[in-house]
Design a protein around this ligand. Sequence first.
Ligand SMILES: *Cc1c(COP(=O)(O)O)cnc(C)c1O
Length: 673
Amino acid sequence: MRKGIFVSATDTGVGKTVICLAIASFLKNQGVNVGFMKPIQCAGVDANFLKRKLEINDPLELINPYFAKEPIAPSVAFRRQGIRFDKQKVLTSFNELRKEHDFLIVEGVGGLYVPIKEDYFVADLIKDLDLPLIIVSRLGLGTINHTLLTVKLAKEQGIEVLGIIFNCRKKQKLGIPEKTNPEVIKRLGKIPILGILPYLPSIDEKNILRAGRRINLSAIIQEKTIFNHWQALDKKYLWHPFTQMKDWLEEEQLVIEEARGCYLKDTKGKWYLDGISSLWVNIHGHRKKEIDSAIKKQLSKLAHSTLLGLGNLPSIKLAKELIKIAPRKLSKVFYSDNGSTAVEVALKIAFQYWQNTGFKEKNKFIHLENSYHGDTLGAVSVGGIDLFHRIYKPLLFETIKVTAPYCYRCPEDKRYPSCNLACLKELEYILRKKNKSICALIVEPIVQAAAGIIVWPKGALKKMRQLVTKYNCFLICDEVATGFGRTGKMFACEQENVSPDILCLGKGITAGCLPLAATLTTQKIFEGFIADYKERKTFFHGHTYTGNPLACSAAIANLEIFKRERTLEKLVPKIAFLRNELKQFSALKHVGDIRQKGFMVGIELVKNKKTQEPFPWEDKIGIKVCQEAITHGLILRPLDNIIVLMPPLAITKKELNRMLQVTFKAIRKVTEI
Ligand SMILES: *Cc1c(COP(=O)(O)O)cnc(C)c1O
């Protein structure tokens, strides 16, 4: 990469400073560490202005070593003020700044023939700094002469001229000179035109970035990979979750910079439909005004205070709202900050309840095959996905794993409904035999999400509830994925009118804005911890950011939007549309099963449809389909060979349709062609 550029102009007042700002902002936005220098300034505040706009920390003395008060030629201004110009000071400052930055933009003063001392001109300074030159030129009558003379002088002096940028300083209609001059200059001066910038009504961030985009920057910095700069830094410094970093380091990756509605924009400016709700969290679209402003409003009052020994307003208001909408038996809210901790809290509460109430031997958990409850060790102990969980086995506590409903690959080799839910026989048997040593059953109700969107047959959850009640154990429902409208109801438990003893919430609770989780319990469980201080029945658990006010205020705004916009009501026709459109996927040769519950969809790809033989997982078929979708502007992330569709609830039918079309084509392309 070059070390920098020198920006001069054909005249004064042409707009060099704004061009410098546009170039610097754009590069900065690409992750380039850009510095700025204005060696000589006669009156004005350019150096300070850019320092502020670019948020540069270098001292002003380095950015602008020479300042004169009068807006006249530097040689005269310096003489009148008794300033002795020494080019060495400029070169030293330049080298200091170079140590801090990868690329320096140096702004000149006036044009090339402006005298800094009697025998030292701006052109001499450019040569001493050994920088290539960009000439900023005025768009309009008279510019051919000025520009060509500047180019001629630069070339005579042996300065490398990268090209011309035309700048429009006033609001004007483009006449014949404005339209033809750049072409004439390009031809006569044999010089590239790097950009023609329109009039900027204001110097705000948006306009500046837009201007920067209109400049041919790869010519300026001589480095194509500069546009992958963020990606390079990511690869240098980050370790990504659930990611084989060997693949990550070898492959092209997106870096997301901005979002709006159901779309995400990467650092190259390309927009993508967010087909997985930013990993199952987004509900009302990105940058939802009401949520953003609720967070800002709370920020102006209190960002954080602890719930250890103190209360705070948003956590109280949210708890009240959560209890209002939660299944009927739940009455207390315990906060944490992610789904895994919500599960840890649930497990510890269930365990300690029985300890506190004198049933010391009720200390085992039942969980299901294919279950996923998070990645902390307690949550992994009740996890049933071999690929994720096996390695940690020696670190985990002992549990009882039982078969779970999975109709496509039925553990009993039966068909619903004639099976009579035979898959739950094992659960019933264990509960009958061992209930005295069992404290709770933990499940993801109705949809086992991480296992591949496995949807349970009707009645399974209700049956589990009945069994657990009959044998005096607790039912923990982990609705981290299914909660907040995902299945079409606020909570999946409502689908079968089930009320758990403990409910875990996370992911969508803040509509995808901030990390927050909650564990809700019944009054009965809560009272198992009420005792005299000395009895040590306190729940000794709490996270530093428990009940964070910013996150809670986002969650409150989320629930208000559900009410005001009737989000769930509006979802009904969209779910039906999705169901109907998904039918066409069964025509694809390698689609084995299509599972849907509300806005949770899993499309299982198999090598052989008849025998249900899976693709070998090391073939990465699911990953390949999603990579293909991404090239067509749709972000997806698979679970093994199951393609997951989980768009924000706010998505429109038109966007849904596009998501389905792209997915369909991607599956066909990867598996059939
Ligand atoms: C995502 C998930 C978790 C874990 O939540 P994190 O916020 O990632 O810790 C737990 N349970 C279920 C059902 C989930 O889908």
